[in-house]
Design a protein around this ligand. Sequence first.
Ligand code: KG4
Ligand code: ZN
Length: 327
Amino acid sequence: MITLGIESSCDETSVAVLENNFIIRNCIYSQTEHSRYGGVVPEIASRAHLEKIDWLTTSVLEDSSMTLSDVDLIAVTDSPGLAGALLVGISFALGLHIARKIPITGVNHLEGHIFSVCLEHPELPFPFLALVVSGGHTAIYKVNAIGDYTCLGQTVDDAAGEAFDKVGKMLGFTYPAGRAIEQEAAQVTTSGDISFPVARVSGSSCDFSFSGLKTAVKYFVADKSPEYIQENRPAICHAFQKAVIESLTGNLLAASKQTGISRVALVGGVACNGKLRDTIKLRFNNSVFFPSPGLCTDNAAMIALAGYKRKLHALTRFPHMNPSSGL
Ligand code: KG4
Ligand code: ZN
């Protein structure tokens, strides 16, 4: 079965072609337009998707030596995300569906991230725990089957990637700052006497909070000279990253204890972080699966795979946009 995947929920326009669960093509256009603003500007994102989506689809099909007549299923991200950005992908996909009578399914963006791990690890058995950790989301799901998820915990404020990006902005890095913070932190082996708090959320052992950590870094740098910050930036990044990793790892261990499941998928943009990968691998005795970095960040191959799995299990659904919906 040939699936055409379309992803436009935030600042990546991506189109992919999958043959069953194998990637034929997965093209991602990352919008650089936002870096000067320090975060994603929704109107700019929508316009950029609109400018790219048509030619990206044409060139992905051409590069796959296919035409729309070869496509058996369209899978499009329909929630959650920026409303205007989602609308571009959904409208485009619906246009193809109506004009060419190609079956279609909506796919939840988080479901796409969860199954991104199966592009390279198709053998991963259910049930498993998925830590979805990106710029817009931080949550732990028990994945029972395709379409059957139990949320065990989620952030009550900022997402982990959002904290990386906001702290990065305070320290003079451009958006998105996750990778730059990781590289800066790697210049030192210890944060010395700099440390930041790891938030515990009362009520649920698996919920996250990152806004206090972000504020702690803000107050820490507020009364320091630019020279001090420049000199100690690696240690500040090291301490910040350590606090984020401790929070993510601690809650994942709590979820594992609660469910008795020790098989873990680490997905989403922040899953690119090598220190996070190594820490979780160590704590879960290597029973950890993650996508290669290019498939951690937003891409259409993961949407196509989730759509294909939905089709196999008769779970396709007409795209319905709900920008704030979780899984
Ligand atoms: O999954 P993604 O592409 O978009 C969302 O769905 O949000 O994730 C983007 C996020 C950004 O916040 C970025 O700073 C973060 O992933 N990120 C990282 C790393 N690479 C990307 N965070 C920490 N360490 C990294 N190496
Ligand atoms: Zn994402």
